[in-house]
Design a protein around this ligand. Structure first.
Ligand code: NAD
Length: 523
């Protein structure tokens, strides 16, 4: 399998994440070309906005067919370029995307219908109000490398269903995935220029924002998110920012420790730990910490490292050497401050440059970089806490606020703790899988960003709300218009009493006074 050949320089190489071999080469879009791309998108969007939502849905159905038919090929490209095992590529990329496409195709029309707004105030009973949802125009989607299919797809399908055009700038580390997405939308028959993919690095992302799209959906690191937010603010472009995370897992003493340890191992090591919704900090109550830790170590040691193209491989390589070095720096700092590496903690150069063993660390605390910064690597860090209260305090002691999980046999207790955690989503007795629940909004607080993707809330991020109001009594001036006089003041007094009087009798009297003032005003 080879990437599309380029026609001209400059180009971007797609690398096999294990061997570093060039497996595809893609034309780069120069920053100078971006305004033309946005202009074409704008033209395509004007026509697309006139297309009925039910017709848009039919194209999404076709896209779903294309995804389903080419699922193995998509998964293979992801595995080769990004490194995640095939099973993860199939579930977390293709299945999540396909479900989102189908969901939008079948539900978006209902969610985008104009919505009646009732008026509670007597004064405005003669009006009919409604909300109308209108597309922004051109939406820029700037995406990261860690989920190179599911992250952009879930935003693109919401955007186009809502009547927008999209310019996608995938990460420069996964150009093949980006190009493949463009190809899949083309194959499904989307109008020319409605969904365009531009290839390049951070400078191109910057140029895309400078070309003034109508809204920006950015997913990536906090550092880049800040730059994107600043650029958007200067241009008054609204943005949704999906940034990093430092997800806490709280394990209470009544939890099923067997299940909780399996979840911790999967949540920490899936995608080689390079997941935004993840398990990064584990807080465990005293009675169960030893057993929990032993089980995590035992399960981590059994994980098989290698090429994700082989079905039984569970841990692939990290994306680049810099990412490995970041993990090593955090581990070194943790050990220097008293943490213990119970298993892992080493590179595996015989497998490839970026392989790192699944690592379990105990005795960590909040002074360590490992518990402060996003790790984004295969590290499972366990900290003992005095009790559930302490666990909640530790979990909330972070600049990030993306996801979290609580483990307990007592459902009500888990839900009560979930309400107190400062983050965008909490799972009780599961981790991460809410990303695959299409109805569940995804997004964070604090340093994890703002706005939502996925779900009805994500769809509503793709529209501007217009309030339309029709008066059913088109004739005659309104009583509050000019001219002003004493009668109007008397009328106002009556209206206040009629609307806000504390007793029914006062309200009726107020109504009479308002009418009296109104008549006086007419004379
Ligand atoms: P990154 O910030 O380096 O890059 C993300 C994208 O932004 C890339 O396409 C990149 O080319 C582009 N970019 C870089 N500089 C830019 C600039 N100045 N202006 C505009 N665009 C620019 O992030 P990454 O390394 O690709 O991804 C990993 C990060 O993404 C992690 O921090 C992870 O937590 C986060 N992430 C968050 C979520 C979420 O939903 N919250 C999901 C996945 C990943």
């Amino acid at each position: 399998m080879k990437g599309r050949p380029v026609r001209a320089e400059p180009y971007l190489d797609s690398l096999d994440v294990i061997t570093g071999e060039v497996i595809g080469r893609f034309e780069v879009t120069t920053p100078a070309e971006v305004s033309r791309v946005v202009e074409h998108a704008r033209r395509a969007q004007r026509e697309w906005a006139q297309v009925r939502v039910t017709v848009r849905a039919k194209l999404l159905d076709r896209l779903a067919e294309v995804f389903k038919a080419r699922r193995n090929e998509i998964a293979e490209v992801v595995t080769r370029e990004n490194g995640k095992p095939l099973a993860e590529a199939l579930f977390a990329e293709v299945l999540v995307s396909l479900d989102s496409i189908r969901w939008h195709a079948s539900r978006a029309e209902r969610m985008l219908r104009p919505e009646r707004v009732g008026h509670h105030n007597l004064i405005f009973k003669g009006k009919r109000g409604r909300l109308e949802y209108e597309p922004w125009g051109v939406v820029a989607v700037i995406s990261p490398w860690n989920y190179p299919i599911a992250i952009p797809v879930t935003s693109i399908v919401a955007a186009v269903m809502a009547g927008n055009a999209v310019v996608l700038k995938p990460s420069e580390l996964v150009p093949w995935c980006g190009a493949l997405l463009g190809e899949l939308f083309d194959q499904a028959g989307f109008p020319v220029d409605l969904v365009q993919v531009i290839q390049g690095g951070g400078d191109l992302g910057q140029a895309l924002i400078e070309a003034s799209p109508d809204k920006v959906f950015f997913t990536g690191s906090v550092a880049t998110g800040r730059k994107v937010a600043e650029m958007c603010a200067r241009r008054l472009i609204p943005s949704v920012l999906e940034l990093g995370g430092k997800d806490a897992m709280i394990v209470l003493s009544d939890a099923d420790i067997e299940a909780a340890s399996s979840a911790a191992v999967w949540g920490s090591f899936t995608n080689c730990g390079q997941a935004c919704l993840s398990v990064e900090r584990i807080y465990v109550e005293p009675g169960v910490i030893d057993r929990f830790t032993d089980l995590c170590v035992e399960k981590a040691r059994k994980l098989r490292l290698g090429s994700g193209l082989e079905p039984e491989i569970e841990i692939g390589p990290m994306i680049r050497r810099q990412q490995v070095e970041r993990v090593e720096r955090q581990l070194k700092d943790a050990v220097a401050r008293g943490a213990r590496i119970l298993t892992g903690g080493r590179r595996r150069p015989e497998l490839g440059e970026c392989f790192f063993e699944p690592t379990v660390v105990s005795g960590v605390d909040s002074s360590m970089l490992l518990m402060q910064e996003e790790t984004f690597g295969p590290v499972l860090a366990i900290q003992g806490v005095a009790d559930a209260e302490d666990g909640v305090a530790c979990a909330n002691d972070s600049a990030f606020g993306l996801g979290a999980s609580v483990w307990t046999a007592t459902f009500a207790r888990g839900e009560a703790i979930a309400r107190r955690l400062r983050c965008g989503s909490v799972m009780v007795n599961d981790v991460i899988s809410c990303y695959g629940i299409t109805e569940a909004p995804h997004g964070g607080r604090g340093a994890s960003g703002w706005g939502r993707t996925h779900s009805r809330l994500g769809l509503l991020e793709m529209v501007q709300v217009k309030y339309v109001d029709s008066d059913v009594f088109p004739r005659g001036p309104k009583p509050w218009w000019f001219p002003y006089n004493r009668g109007l003041i008397e009328m106002a007094e009556g209206v206040f009493e009629a609307l806000f009087g504390s007793k029914p009798l006062d309200r009726w009297r107020g109504l009479g006074n308002a009418w009296h003032g109104y008549r006086k005003r007419q004379r």
